[in-house]
Design a protein around this ligand. Structure first.
Ligand code: NAG
Ligand code: NAG
Ligand code: NAG
Ligand code: NAG
Ligand code: NAG
Ligand code: NAG
Ligand code: NAG
Ligand code: NAG
Length: 453
């Protein structure tokens, strides 16, 4: 429990009397914010069993992508507070789930969406930009982001709607028939961040390509800056599923900020300003004192676990945008600060600072979950940009030390850049057999689906 200023005696009195204490932060006192973030981060890790005997590091069997949200929040936490308590577990979990260096681990890969995989790639490039030390044995953070990029680039689908990623990867998954903003927006963001980190034109060309395709569909309107959620392939991506989710705005905004920082092109600045306006106006309502709200689901209390994480994801991204495009800093900071204060007040549940979903209520709303703890940690960390004078995400030419593997994830690269190994004839034969087995399984599955239908 965070002891109120004024000392131990008052703190003891609170404990004895059993008064419920919120995570009161003083927005001008960074230490009070760090203390609060330490509590919310601890609370998020109470849900993580991956480092216990018999458990699997980084695994969340029913919600695999959420591991990336947890680890990303702990990366921000470490970066902004300096507390490295969870670094070893973050490193272990992010390596364990890496698959063949592309975040398609076989336990989960048969039912992933492009967005699920991409979030792990975003976590990896975040680690690289923060100079989170590469694992001594395993994949480098940069190569993991490159592995995700390479596997997603190969799925770019020009035979429907002139391009774009589908939401899901495999035909048997619900959602394979649509293209959506989060999948394409995350590939755009990943490409933009790789472009800035490596200064390799291949990535910026892809960022341009994903952006231009998105703007050619009802997903991204480059005039009004509306970002829709999804569009159906049947009908040529002309319809608009226009649900308003903060992370769809956040991912295009963040990618545009990286592209502006890299290229200094006026068109990217226009995009940043337009998307930031929409994000702040929609999701930080004046009527809530500018405290962030996932406005589509919070009023009716119907936010699911994914949706509870969106505010956290966007908080972290906004902290990067404020640094990458300095003219946005003074517009972003007060909104993050109002939100952090609301989030801290929501962390007053169960007598142990359990966090709630709705930050604008300024009290705990009775809801409990890892997602609530993660999002609170994200926004409490994000407001500490005030302590990072001049700092911003690193690149390979400004001190980022993660090693590059442009071929990661395409099956041609070594198993790990840190332990190079020659590919033997045996390996190739083995890969061939796997392909044949997979093709047979695939044929069987298709037959099953056809007969079953
Ligand atoms: C708070 O207490 C509940 C009930 O004992 C427990 O399940 C939960 O893990 C605790 N949360 C925190 C953040 O300590
Ligand atoms: C798992 O992490 C927690 C929190 O850091 C730590 O207390 C515990 O000892 C770790 N367990 C193992 C088996 O490493
Ligand atoms: C996949 O599942 C097996 C069996 O439960 C486990 O040993 C392994 O660690 C898992 N791998 C990942 C990446 O979760
Ligand atoms: C908006 O997007 C369309 C479709 O990609 C493009 O033709 C147009 O040039 C873009 N406008 C601006 C101002 O970028
Ligand atoms: C964004 O909002 C600011 C002030 O709120 C305004 O000056 C600016 O023109 C807006 N930009 C766009 C692209 O809408
Ligand atoms: C790019 O980002 C850095 C912070 O990482 C910042 O110092 C610099 O001013 C930004 N460049 C532009 C053109 O905004
Ligand atoms: C990043 O880490 C490497 C190795 O740990 C170090 O040599 C380098 O100075 C660090 N970069 C910055 C900007 O601190
Ligand atoms: C740039 O990236 C592309 C695509 O991954 C790769 O083929 C090329 O080798 C890279 N160039 C350099 C100089 O790393």
């Amino acid at each position: 429990m965070h002891l109120p200023r004024g000392g131990l005696q008052w703190g003891l009195l609170v404990i004895i009397v059993g008064v419920v204490q919120a995570l009161d932060i003083d927005i001008n006192d960074p230490q009070s914010i760090k203390d609060a973030a330490s509590q919310t981060a601890h609370g998020s890790m109470l849900w993580y069993k991956g480092n216990e005997t018999g458990q699997i590091p980084g695994a969340f069997p029913d919600k695999w992508w959420e591991g990336s949200a947890l680890f990303m929040s702990l990366l921000y936490y470490w970066y902004y507070t300096g507390d490295s308590t969870y670094n070893a577990q973050v490193r272990q979990g992010m390596e364990w789930q890496a698959g063949d260096g592309d975040y398609m681990p076989s336990n989960y890969s048969s039912y992933l969406g492009n967005d699920d995989q991409a979030f792990w790639g975003i976590a990896a490039i975040t680690a690289a930009e923060m100079n989170f030390t590469d694992a001594s044995k395993g994949y480098s953070w940069l190569s993991l982001a490159q592995g995700v990029f390479n596997t997603q680039r190969a799925r770019w689908d020009t035979s429907n709607c002139g391009g774009g990623l589908r939401w899901q990867i495999f035909p048997y998954e619900a959602g394979y028939d649509m293209k959506n903003s989060i999948s394409n927006g995350l590939l755009f963001q990943l490409a933009a961040r790789l472009a800035r980190y490596t200064n390799n034109d291949t990535y910026s060309d892809w960022a341009d390509k994903v952006w231009d395709w998105s703007a050619s569909t009802p997903l991204l309107n480059n005039n009004t800056w509306n970002v829709a959620d999804s569009t159906e392939i049947q009908g040529g991506c002309n319809d608009q599923g226009n649900n308003q989710w903060s992370y769809n705005y956040g991912t295009y905004l963040t990618g545009a900020a990286y592209m502006y920082n890299l290229t200094e092109k006026a068109s990217w600045k226009t995009a940043v300003d337009g998307l930031l306006n929409m994000t702040l106006n929609t999701f930080f309502p004046q009527s809530f004192g500018y405290i962030m709200s996932e406005v589509l689901c919070e009023p009716k209390e119907v936010c699911n676990d994914n949706e509870i994480l969106f505010k956290g994801l966007v908080s972290g991204w906004l902290s990067l945008v404020a640094k990458l495009v300095p003219s946005t800093y003074d517009r972003i900071l007060p909104k993050l600060q109002a939100s952090a204060q609301g989030a801290a007040k929501s962390c007053s549940g169960m007598g142990n600072n359990t966090c709630g979903v709705r930050w604008h209520l300024s009290k705990w709303d009775g809801l409990v979950g890892m997602e609530q703890q993660i999002s609170a940690t994200d926004v409490l960390s994000a407001v500490l940009i005030t302590e990072k004078e001049g700092g911003g995400p690193l690149t390979s030419s400004t001190g980022g030390s993660s090693s590059s593997d442009p071929n990661a994830g395409d099956g041609k690269s070594s198993s790990s850049p840190n332990t190079p190994k020659a590919i033997t004839t045996g390996d190739r034969a083995g890969a061939g057999i796997l392909t044949v087995v997979f093709a047979a399984l695939w044929a069987g599955l298709i037959a099953f689906m056809v007969i079953g239908a």
